[in-house]
Design a protein around this ligand. Structure first.
Ligand code: GSH
Length: 211
């Protein structure tokens, strides 16, 4: 049985759980709680699973896979097939450019704003800087989703799973999705997929949600 080192409200862990759910895969969860401002209270020896001591980590067949993108790639290759991540150079590149957006502008814009508002961010920057980066990310998503149903290849791939989390949490970070009609339609499309896993409920830590 696969094991996911997880925290329910972590947007990165939610990505891994969403992918496992869309693929209909069984797994067990190990809860990793926070200590201090956003740091993990990980068990003794956890750095053997992830040298960064971060979550998520997926242990499959006794081997730890750390980093959200690595987990999505692993699950796609092992259990999902080419539908989720093609093997041809052009197709793989098209998916990967969105994986890169997820790790950079989406995480350091939308993800950082959400953590900062919830007092869980232990990194650098201001909320204004996070909002400016988030706007770059949302404009990039909208430029594609204004005219397409999915981010890459005209079908659902791990690009959509990687970018969904944190885009869907924008209001928790004080960011309105009102101007981004293509993004909102895509969020609704994903929420209607078979095997969709609902987002963890808002804990209210960042104050009122932005419409
Ligand atoms: N690049 C990593 C980022 C993972 C990450 O930031 N995890 C957070 C929870 S969402 C964490 O473990 N934070 C605690 C820490 O950085 O010490 C990934 O994609 O998995």
């Amino acid at each position: 049985m696969m094991v996911l080192y997880n925290r329910e409200r972590s947007g990165n862990c939610y990505k891994a759980r969403l992918m496992l759910s869309l693929l209909g895969l069984a797994y067990e969860k190990v809860a990793i709680h926070r200590e201090g401002k956003g740091r993990n209270r990980a068990p003794e020896g956890y750095d053997k699973l992830n040298p960064l001591r971060q979550i998520p980590v997926l242990v499959a067949d006794g081997k730890p896979v750390w980093g959200t993108i690595a987990i999505l790639v692993y699950l796609a290759r092992k259990h999902g097939g080419e539908r989720w991540l093609p093997l041809d150079a052009e197709g793989e590149a098209e998916v990967t450019q969105w994986l890169s957006l997820a790790q950079n502008e989406i995480f350091y814009g939308l993800g950082r704003a959400r953590s900062m508002r919830g007092q869980r961010w232990h990194g650098t920057g201001t909320l204004e800087e996070a909002h400016a980066v988030a706007a770059v990310a949302l404009r990039a998503l909208e430029s594609r989703l204004g005219g397409h149903e999915w981010l890459a290849l005209g079908r659902l791939t791990i690009a959509d799973v990687a970018c969904y989390s944190y885009a869907v949490f924008a209001p928790e970070g004080g960011i309105s999705l009102k101007p981004y009609t293509g993004v909102r339609a895509w969020l609704t499309r994903i929420a209607g997929l078979p095997g969709y896993l609902p987002t963890p409920p808002y804990d209210g830590a960042g104050g009122p949600l932005v419409e």
